[in-house]
Design a protein around this ligand. Structure first.
Ligand code: NI
Length: 158
């Protein structure tokens, strides 16, 4: 296992379409585990493989003590709308408000190769959408309104 470097905005890899994983093997499992360790080390809520320079369709999210690992994730249902602030480890220091569905149902495969399906509301729904966007080369700043620096937010609250 190894921590991976997080690619930041300006690197082309974040703008490319990630390829489907055709075979879930030890290499894919190693990448997924490295992504989990890297996400935790960076105190992120989620991470997509392009953010560590790998153009494969893999995402990880950890929220409320639950770890979600999805290979070839696909959002199959959405409902409602929310408009909340989000940030991204690949766009350090920036925050913006993005319109997202309030509810998301997502399907994919576990690192063991089993089909998995999750539902998420609120922040978890945001995370599913945000990480899947990364697989299509989309960053939250492409969709965000009221983009500002995280420092500014902290100052405003003082
Ligand atoms: Ni992100």
């Amino acid at each position: 296992m190894a921590l991976r470097n997080i690619v930041t905005e300006g690197d082309d890899v974040l703008r490319k379409h990630a390829r489907e994983v055709l075979e879930i093997n030890d290499r894919i499992r190693d990448i997924t585990e490295d992504m989990v360790q890297t996400m935790r080390a960076e105190h992120g809520l989620g991470l997509a493989a392009p953010q560590v320079g790998i153009l494969r369709r893999i995402i990880v999210i950890e929220m409320d003590g639950q770890l979600y690992r999805l290979i070839n994730p696909e959002i199959v249902e959405t409902r409602g709308e929310q408009f909340e602030e989000e940030g991204c480890l690949s766009v350090p220091g920036m925050i913006g408000r993005v319109r997202r569905p309030q509810y998301v149902r997502i399907k994919g495969f576990s690192p063991e190769g089993n089909p998995v399906e999750y539902e998420g509301e609120g922040l978890l729904a945001v995370a599913f959408c945000h990480e899947c966007d990364h697989l299509d080369g989309i960053l939250f700043i492409d969709k965000a309104e009221q983009i500002h620096s995280a420092d500014q937010a902290a100052e405003d609250e003082e």
